[in-house]
Design a protein around this ligand. Structure first.
Ligand SMILES: Cc1ncc(COP(=O)(O)O)c(C=O)c1O
Length: 433
C-alpha cells in the first residue's frame, strides 16, 4: 500500500520536495514509509542525506544543527574523521570473522577498565539484544522468572521488556505475566513488590536516567533497588545503553550504585550497530563455551570487526575531559531553554542529565516518572516543527543531546533558532502541527 503525504499539511517554510518524494516512494515498500517507529513525524520526516560533525543536511540541501545524533549513538557527531578512518581500514581487511579478533579484546578491555562492576562482557548487535540477554542471564543464574521494571523504562524492543503497558501488542500473555511494573523513582513500590514476590524475582532492570523524558533517577531510588535485589537474591541490571556517555564509569559510578549486570550500546559502536552486557566474572562465565552446561548466546555479527574498530576509537575519543565538556554543553543548553520558556511565558519544563536534555510541554512542574510525561502535547508537536523550521533538528518527543563535535558557539546558535521557534509558538502563529 502506498502512503501519501497530505500536501495541505506539508507547509514547511523551506523546500522539502525531495523528502516528500522519498516518503511517497518508500511508502510503496515500507509501511508508512517507515522502518523505525519513533522517527516518523507528520506530514513526512525530512530525508537526511548526509552529516558532518554537528550538522545534517536533508535531501533538498537544507542544513540543520543536529540535536538528535541518532538518538545519542553519535557521541562524536557525524563522520568523525578518526572513526571514519578506522571503519574504512577495517572494511578493507574484512568486516566480520567467525573467530576471536584482537579488536574484541581492545574494546572489551576498554569497557572493563572504565566500569568497575564489569569484569567480563559479551558483545551483541543492539541495545535490545543486550538487555534481552542480560535478563536471560539473570534468569539462568537465579533459576527464577519474574522481572521488575519501570513504567516507561525503555530497554529496546524485545518481548521480555516492553516499555509500557501500552506497548505490549503482540507480546504473549505468558511473557507479560513475568513482568512486575513499578513507577520510576518510587522506592516504596520496589520494596512492596520484593516483599510480596521476592523469591520469584530474577532481576530488577532499570535505566539510571529514564530515557523517555530524561528523568534522572534519584539516588535513593537506585540505592533502594540495590537493597531490594540483595534482600531477595535477584540481580540488579542497570541499562547504561544511553547513560554510559554521562560519566567514564557509567552513571553507576556517579551515583555510587553497583549493579550485578550492566548493558551498553549506542556510543560503544562508534556509530555502527552494537550492544554489550557484562558484569561479574562468575556470572558471565556461564557463557564459557567450555562449561558443561553452557548458556548459549549466538549472533552472526557479534563482535564484528567494523563495529569493534569504530567502537575502540569512539571510546578513546570520549575522555573524562570530553565527557565533562559535553555535560557542561548540555547544562548550557538546558539553562538557555529554561530562560527562554520563562521569557516567553510558555507552559514548559526542561529536564537534564549531563549531555541529555528534554523539553516537556503541558507537563510538570514535578517530573519524576513516566506518569508525569505528556508525549501527546500539541505544544510539543509545534515545538518540534518550529525548531525544524529554524534549522534545529530535534526528536519529535522533545529530547535533545549534544556531542563532542559541538562547542558553546553551536549550542548558542541552536538556542537562538529555538528562541525564534518559541517566540512564534508563544505568539500563537506557529504552523499547526
Ligand atoms: C536505555 C536503552 N536501552 C536499550 C535500547 C535499545 O537499543 P537499540 O536501539 O540499539 O536496540 C535503547 C535505545 O534507545 C535505550 O535507550
Amino acid at each position: 500500500m502506498s502512503v501519501s503525504a497530505d500536501p495541505a499539511a506539508a507547509g514547511f517554510r523551506f523546500p522539502t520536495e525531495r523528502s516528500r518524494a522519498l516518503f511517497e516512494r518508500l511508502g510503496r515498500t515500507l509501511p508508512g514509509a517507515n522502518t523505525r517507529t519513533a522517527t516518523y513525524f507528520p506530514p513526512y520526516p525530512l530525508a537526511l542525506s548526509h552529516g558532518d560533525g554537528a550538522h545534517v543536511w536533508d535531501a533538498d540541501g537544507n542544513r540543520l544543527i543536529d540535536l538528535v545524533n541518532n538518538y545519542t549513538s553519535l557521541v562524536h557527531g557525524h563522520a568523525h574523521p578518526a572513526v571514519t578512518e578506522a571503519i574504512a581500514q577495517a572494511a578493507a581487511t574484512g568486516t566480520v570473522f567467525p573467530s576471536p579478533i584482537a579488536e574484541q579484546a581492545e574494546l572489551a578491555e576498554r569497557i572493563c577498565a572504565r566500569v568497575d562492576s564489569v569484569q567480563r562482557l559479551r558483545f551483541t548487535n543492539s541495545g535490545t539484544e543486550a538487555t534481552m540477554h542480560a535478563l536471560r542471564l539473570a534468569r539462568a543464574a537465579t533459576g527464577r522468572e519474574l522481572v521488575v521494571k519501570a513504567h516507561d523504562g525503555y530497554h529496546g524492543s524485545a518481548d521480555t521488556l516492553p516499555s509500557s503497558l501500552g506497548a505490549t501488542r503482540g507480546v504473549p500473555a505468558g511473557v507479560l505475566d513475568t513482568i512486575r511494573w513499578v513507577d520510576y523513582n518510587a522506592p516504596d513500590q520496589l520494596a512492596e513488590v520484593v516483599a510480596r514476590e521476592g523469591e520469584r524475582i530474577a532481576a530488577i532492570v532499570l535505566e539510571p536516567v529514564l530515557g523517555a523524558g530524561v528523568l534522572p533517577a534519584e539516588r535513593a531510588f537506585l540505592v533502594a533497588a540495590r537493597a531490594a535485589a540483595d534482600r531477595c537474591g535477584a540481580l540488579l541490571v542497570l541499562d547504561e545503553v544511553v547513560t554510559f556517555r554521562l560519566h567514564v564509569g557509567g552513571w553507576q559510578a556517579e551515583l555510587g550504585v553497583t549493579p550485578d549486570l550492566t548493558t551498553f550500546g549506542k556510543l560503544i559502536g562508534g556509530g555502527l550497530p552494537v550492544g554489550a552486557f557484562g558484569g561479574r566474572a562468575a556470572l558471565l562465565d556461564l557463557y564459557d563455551p567450555r562449561a558443561a552446561a553452557v548458556l548459549g548466546h549466538h549472533g552472526t555479527f557479534n563482535g564484528n570487526a567494523l563495529t569493534m574498530a569504530a567502537g575502540i576509537v569512539s571510546l578513546d575519543l570520549l575522555t573524562a575531559e570530553e565527557v565533562a565538556r559535553i555535560n557542561a554543553l548540555g547544562a548550557r543548553l538546558a539553562d538557555g531553554l529554561r530562560s527562554q520558556v520563562a521569557a516567553h511565558g510558555l507552559d514548559a519544563v526542561v529536564t537534564e542529565a549531563g549531555s541529555l536534555v528534554q523539553v516537556h510541554f503541558e507537563a510538570g512542574p514535578v517530573m519524576r516518572c513516566g506518569a508525569d510525561l505528556r508525549p501527546g502535547s500539541a505544544l510539543l508537536a509545534r515545538f518540534h516543527r518550529e525548531a525544524l523550521e529554524e534549522g534545529v533538528y530535534v526528536a519529535p518527543r522533545g529530547e535533545l543531546n549534544v556531542t563532542t563535535a559541538m562547542d558553546e558557539a553551536i549550542v548558542d546558535e541552536a538556542l537562538a533558532g529555538i528562541d525564534r521557534a518559541l517566540a512564534r509558538i508563544a505568539a500563537g502563529d506557529a504552523t499547526p502541527a
